[in-house]
Design a protein around this ligand. Structure first.
Ligand SMILES: NC(=O)c1ccc[n+]([C@@H]2O[C@H](COP(=O)([O-])OP(=O)(O)OC[C@H]3O[C@@H](n4cnc5c(N)ncnc54)[C@H](OP(=O)(O)O)[C@@H]3O)[C@@H](O)[C@H]2O)c1
Length: 222
């Protein structure tokens, strides 16, 4: 499959791009608002992969072109910009395209990090509302730590929870998620259940913050 990571120049985009390119034969496209930044990051990822004996092509395009070429489009942008990013690429999406939202809205105060969902109830729900008719949205990867993904020396051993109302789309994202070695995908229900999934992320960050030696905390369910 062709996977476009919009905002793939950022932290979670880098982690997912490296992992998919390293562990699978899926084609990875880095998207950015700036085509030069997209190409520079794509080159950087290729160099990292090549240094590990994995010679693959990673292309970089402006977000609109990246989405237009992809089967699956990951919205790896800040939560407040998920809907405008969908709007900016909507013309290139067709009913066969799957949108994936890893975005979590978090606020921080002196006590720690807190879930701060938008009025739709979750960013996943907001993305589903903003998606063109017939384009399914699946929430995934909310609880994976970007630094852990990007460090290819680290074994992941992590679950990712999937939420979405389109069974087939969720099945496709499950296969993509599990193409990454060490990731297991678990079905957490429909988009209505996204708040429970997204709200785990500030909890994980708080655990890392308040417990010595805990970095890039992820979850495994048994
Ligand atoms: N970091 C994590 O560990 C982690 C884990 C799970 C989920 N997430 C979620 O994944 C998403 C991305 O997180 P991140 O840490 O990768 O964020 P980030 O590094 O701060 O930003 C990702 C990319 O978003 C693009 N961007 C920035 N401002 C934008 C705007 N106004 N409009 C459109 N695009 C914009 C930028 O790409 P260009 O400037 O190249 O366009 C940037 O490189 C967030 O929603 C976050 O909640 C993050």
């Amino acid at each position: 499959m062709r996977i476009a990571l919009l905002g793939g120049t950022g932290d979670i985009g880098e982690g997912l791009a490296l992992r998919w390119a390293f562990h699978s034969d899926h084609e990875v496209i880095v998207g950015s608002r700036d085509p030069d930044r997209a190409r520079a990051k794509a080159d950087e990822y290729e160099t990292e992969l090549s240094s590990r004996g994995r010679d693959v092509t990673v292309n970089g395009f402006v977000n609109e072109m990246a989405a237009d070429r992809a089967d699956v489009v990951v919205l790896s942008v800040p939560p407040a910009h998920v809907t405008d990013t969908i709007a900016s690429v909507a013309d290139g999406l067709d009913a066969g395209t799957i949108l994936v939202s890893p975005a979590v809205a978090i606020e921080r105060d002196d006590e720690g990090f807190h879930y701060d969902p938008p009025p739709a109830g979750s960013v996943t729900a907001e993305a589903a509302w903003a998606a063109p008719d017939g384009v399914p949205v699946v929430g995934a990867f909310h609880n994976l730590a970007a630094d852990r993904l990007a460090n290819l020396d680290v074994e992941l051993a992590a679950d990712t929870l999937l939420v979405g109302d389109d069974r087939d789309a969720k099945g496709t994202v499950r296969l993509l998620a599990e193409a990454i070695e060490g990731v297991r995908a678990l079905d957490a229900g429909g988009v209505a259940n996204a708040p429970e999934v997204e709200s785990l992320t500030p909890l994980l960050i708080n655990i890392a913050r308040f417990n010595r030696g805990m970095y890039d905390v992820v979850v495994e369910f048994t």
